[in-house]
Design a binder for this molecule. Sequence first.
Ligand code: MLC
Ligand code: AMP
Length: 496
Amino acid sequence: MSELPFIERAKAHGDRIAFRTSEQSHTYRQLLDRSGVIAAELLADADDLQEARLALLVTPGFEYSTAQWAIWRAGGVVVPICLSATESEWEYALTDSQASVVVADGSNVAKIASLCEKLALRLVSVDSINAEVSRSLPEINPNRQAMILYTSGTTSKPKGVVTTHAIIQAQIESLVQAWEWSADDRIPMFLPLHHIHGIINITGCALWSGAVVEPFSRFDTNSILGRVREDAYTLFMAVPTIYVKLIQAIEAASEADRTAILAGFRKLRLMVSGSAALPASVHERWAELTGQELLERYGMTEIGMAISNLYRGERRPGVVGAPLPRVEVRLKAENGAVVTVEDEPGEIQVRGPGVFQAYWNRPEATADCFEEGWFRTGDMAVLERGYYRIMGRLSVDIIKSGGYKLSALEIEAGLLEHPQIAECAVIGLPDETWGEAVTAACVVTGDAPIDIAMLRDWCKGRMSAYKIPQRLLVVNELPRNAMGKVTKSAVRALFQ
Ligand code: MLC
Ligand code: AMP
């Protein structure tokens, strides 16, 4: 029987370490064995889960990957959900994806139990699967659906991005080739595992290559710096906010600590930044401190990684580089023509085997985002001396904060549930640490005062922490154009 390539590769990696924490290590063989046991439990009496959607609410690390592999090996589609989301955000992802099962671990089981009961979903606790049943698993065609990732965009509610096993493999192989991943690599994993950066670029590439992943439940500066000074890693991948936070921590450290930390960073073979624009000043400060030239790359949930500075070659501050292996990129000018010269801006459009299949259950949205077979990213760029420079986004309603993509419209809909908010407009304002800070202009009713602290307090539990506005301006009316539509550029001007 032919197995999916990642399983065949894991067999070859055998007794190598796949996951290492301060408490324990797990090999590739254990990953295979354990995922087989969980797959058997998930299948119960069925032969094949036939692309049923199974939501994954599991802590990053060995447990997460065994559950992910188990769902794949049983023929299901993985829907990773955000560990720190609110109950209504979970409910949205579960109902929109039409998930039938939630796979959870540890304290996550209790956290989601009542929602599973309400939605009549099967809740599987991976911790309580002990049976060593051995049974045959279905043969999975690589063109079958494998994963749905929820991503915010120009619609109020997030959309599910569907990829197949073959698409995921193409995304991984492109990066493994470009950045020369090998079984000797060791990488920390501290990003959330419901987004492509952590799932594909870090964990996916590492497990494909037979490398070691060191998982952390969240980004904690001191733990990471402690391991860097012990030379624990060869590779490091993060969003720009994390590099800003690391610079702040290094600058605040004692002379002795700083020397040890910087020596650790200097020994890494590659450090990558992506998911949001890396300011050239951060690139330059990082190089000054550590001697490491950060490699900036550009990607998106729908396409995997598309453009990257070179591993062996120029890494130019402020630009994202050239197309990755097997990725085709073109720029489409505002007048509809394909840009053929340098220094002329256009929308980035992408084609290749790593591009997603469809938005889950949204044929119109899927058709709208393709043009002649090219995916329209909504990001503007210009080609300068062979490298692309990102110039911004076509939509003002997309905010990138801390590497998370947020929909201004979704946050506005949330704020409008506040009893005192009659109207509001949400924008992203430039912010040194977060890239953009979520900012709201609101028209309020009643005489009771409302300030940012009160608003933030009200938002807690109603939306994920990173969506909660950082700044608030109470206005008598929102600026509108002649058609009566709120003009976000005028809202932006209110804050200057
Ligand atoms: C959190 N806080 C924020 C915030 N997020 N404040 C402003 N803006 C934000 N975006 C606040 C919290 O409310 C809290 O405040 C304090 O900061 C600490 O919160 P935290 O959650 O502990 O923050 P921290 O752990 O420091 O998180 C920062 C981070 C995290 C950068 C580690 O945001 C993160 O993991 N981002 C990565 C997301 C990601 O993986 N994106 C990739 C998407 S895929 P208080 O007051 O309570 O102390 C993609 C495609 C591609 O983009 O190309 O890769
Ligand atoms: P997401 O939808 O969460 O996958 O985020 C994808 C978006 O992140 C892209 O459309 C870009 O707007 C942004 N992005 C990713 N990498 C970069 C980068 N290096 N520079 C600027 N923007 C980036």
